[in-house]
Design a protein around this ligand. Structure first.
Ligand SMILES: Cc1ncc(COP(=O)(O)O)c(C=O)c1O
Length: 435
């Protein structure tokens, strides 16, 4: 079995836990080059399709979503470090996607990784809560404008579901108006399998449209529990729209919820609310908060958050110490240096170098859009997008289809040069193929 090849040397008890100096050295559990050569060159995407619905547990990492239906492109990685990913075939890619924005410092950041390993060596969970849960909650209350109370969960979808449950408990109402993607849970989804009764309670409104928001709020009447907003969708919203949402909630007694899963620890440490100086009642954070470790948080003002005790929101592993330690390290990073300023500036460099590649190659039908820390490529033709993404990865650059690329601290000048070279070569190649 391939798995047993990759992990054929389980660590002995004497070897674990690793000491803090081990991070640069390959561990004895890592496969050697010879072992990798022995791994059958079976297509990982095809194997995954047989075993995992859609081929990947994360929807946008499904082979079809990455490069379209093709067996020739990488679907799985062996190692990730900084902003580089090593595929199972040994190809090094510079990653512009940063795991859907869940990593903003860099993959396997050595200092953070050492801290996590040390914490795990002391037990990741127990019958009591870990002290670090309180420490990270306090640090979040210091960093996030709306946060007076915090509850930890594991995923962004959970944190947003918790925010909505808290708002419904607090207000005693049921209708939620929303704009954005909030994860896969029933309350905001119209996917197959979601009961119609759940869908009737969620009213979707377009981004940055004051008139539509007003109309939805009057339609909800005295049943409005919350307005849930993902504050950046392709661009920053107008201040009028956000101010209107705040006022409509104030006037109606509904809760204003910001989904800061992508914006938190990215456009500003405390998210859009800090960036724009508009304080919601509740907010959800995740992704970059723990630099790729599974952690999310719902937070908000004390009066609303205390309603969490009147309902039931709980998860067995919510306060597991590895992810909390990662979040503590991230928070410390943000205290020491202006991480978000670097994400804006590295993101600007990334998008400018891709714009330069477009211009130099004479490519048309594609534009770089978004905001600097989270930008994307808009292609007029999906087929051209697929051809470009495939060519780019052959030239060593991993980019996201139809969604954001995210800047990280790890995107240094060398990485920017690699992105520009790979993107240029890909744009030239697909135009030549077209002739
Ligand atoms: C704005 C937003 N909210 C919620 C989620 C769901 O988070 P998760 O996938 O961790 O459940 C995402 C994920 O991409 C997101 O971007």
């Amino acid at each position: 079995m391939v798995f047993s090849k990759l992990f054929k040397k389980p660590p002995s008890t004497e070897q674990r836990p690793p000491t803090p100096t081990e991070d640069a050295e390959p561990s004895s559990a890592d496969p050697t080059a010879e072992e990798l050569e022995e791994v059958p060159q079976e297509d990982w995407g095809v194997r995954a399709q047989r075993l995992i619905p859609g081929g990947a547990s994360t929807g946008s990492k499904r082979p079809g979503k990455l490069f379209g239906d093709s067996a020739d492109h990488p679907t799985h990685f062996l190692r990730a470090s900084g902003c580089h990913v090593e595929t199972l075939d040994g190809q090094q890619l510079v990653d512009c996607t940063m795991a859907l924005g869940s990593v903003a410092l860099g993959y396997a950041e050595p200092q953070l990784t050492r801290a996590v390993i040390e914490s795990l060596a002391n037990g990741s969970v127990s019958g009591l809560s870990p002290a670090i849960e309180v420490e990270v909650a306090a640090a979040l209350c210091g960093a996030i404008p709306c946060a007076e109370r915090v509850q930890f969960l594991k995923t962004g979808a959970e944190a947003m579901s918790a925010a909505v449950r808290i708002a419904r408990t607090y207000t005693g109402r049921d209708v939620v108006i929303g704009c954005g993607y909030f994860g896969w849970h029933d309350w905001s989804s119209d996917a197959a399998g979601v009961p119609a009764t759940a869908q009737q309670l969620f009213r979707r409104v377009p981004f940055d449209d004051v008139v539509a928001l007003d109309r939805a709020v009057s339609g909800a009447g005295d049943r409005l529990a919350a307005i849930a907003i993902e504050p950046v969708i392709e661009r920053l919203p107008s201040s009028e729209w956000i101010a209107r949402a705040r006022k409509l909630c104030d006037d109606s007694g509904a809760a204003l919820i910001f989904d800061e899963i992508k914006t938190g620890f990215r456009i500003a440490t405390g998210g859009y609310q800090q960036y724009a100086d508009v304080t919601p009642d509740l907010a959800a954070f995740g992704k970059a908060m723990a630099n790729g470790y599974p952690l999310a948080a719902v937070c908000g003002n004390a009066a609303l958050m205390d309603a969490a005790e009147k309902t039931w929101i709980s998860s067995t592993l919510a306060s597991e110490t590895g992810a909390l330690t990662a979040a503590a390290a991230v928070l410390g990073w943000h205290e020491r240096v202006d991480v978000c300023a670097s994400l804006w500036s590295n993101g600007k460099d990334m998008r400018e170098c891709v714009e330069a590649a477009i211009k130099a190659s004479g490519m048309s039908g594609v534009a770089v859009e978004g905001i600097d820390p989270m930008w994307f490529l808009r292609f007029e033709s999906p087929d051209v997008e697929t051809a470009f993404l495939r060519a780019a990865v052959r030239h060593g650059v991993l980019l996201k289809r139809g969604a954001y690329n995210f800047a990280a601290l790890a995107h240094d000048d060398d990485a920017i040069r690699e992105i520009e070279a790979g993107a240029s070569a890909a744009f030239v190649e697909i135009q030549e193929d077209d002739r």
